[in-house]
Design a protein around this ligand. Structure first.
Ligand code: DX5
Ligand code: ZN
Length: 213
């Protein structure tokens, strides 16, 4: 299985002091997960590439686009802003291989994501192109929701198909749910509430890491 990585999601951080919030957990994290919502694919709107450009961190920026049909120009904005990986949703793209090909062509990592009710079959044609698959463990759009354990069979099946692929889980990840995802085969763990809504964020991220070590 590929290396275990912890990705704090800044969705639950304070956008007004984003670099301070990231600074608190950076030493204990592997990636910084950035949730981009467009108000179309999901109801809320969050950050744009101008905001991402203001993020200062040594860690790779893992950009999760919850965006309907992202154009090349739109994707390029996030590449210019410093993204190390960009993940698009299978449900949001007519042919996700176009977006994935563009991202790969720019020399950064490409990911494909599916919502809880979308079957794994939706991304099979992309599996040879992508560096990462993000299996949503809640409905995308909001932090603080409950982990959906019934998404775990997809993680298990995917791990069987792709022993070396990065499999990311996102939504409701806490020290009590992360081990279930790890057992199914996930190796990248996104956590917003479980880290940024805790008083002691360092303790929270350490506890999360211990739960999957
Ligand atoms: C939800 C986002 C998540 C979100 C997870 O659509 O993709 O990254 O921040 O939040 P928690 O960890 O609070 O479930
Ligand atoms: Zn996310």
């Amino acid at each position: 299985m590929p290396k275990i990585r912890i990705a704090p999601s800044i969705l639950s951080a304070d956008f007004k002091r984003i670099n301070g919030d990231i600074g608190q957990v950076e030493k204990y994290a592997d990636l910084i997960h950035v949730d981009v919502m467009d108000g179309k694919f999901v109801p809320p709107t969050t950050v744009d590439s101008d905001f991402v450009r203001t993020i200062r961190t040594k860690l790779p920026l893992d950009v999760h686009l919850m965006v309907q049909e992202p154009s090349e120009g739109y994707i390029q904005g996030f590449i210019d802003a410093g993204a190390s990986s960009i993940t698009v949703h299978a449900e949001a793209c007519t042919d996700p291989r176009r977006q994935l090909g563009y991202i790969k062509g720019k020399g950064i990592n490409a990911g494909i994501s599916i919502k809880p009710k979308t079957p794994l079959s939706a991304i099979l044609p992309c599996l040879d192109t992508v560096d990462m698959v993000l299996i949503m463990t809640v409905e995308p759009g909001w932090g603080g929701q409950k982990f959906m354990e019934d998404t775990m069979p997809k993680v298990r099946e995917l791990r069987k198909l792709k022993p070396n692929l990065d499999i990311e889980v996102d939504g409701g990840i806490y020290p009590d749910t992360a081990p279930l995802a790890k057992k199914a085969g996930a190796n990248v763990f996104v956590a917003g509430t479980a880290i940024f809504k805790e008083k002691d964020r360092v303790m929270a991220i350490k506890r999360l890491r211990e739960s999957v070590s």
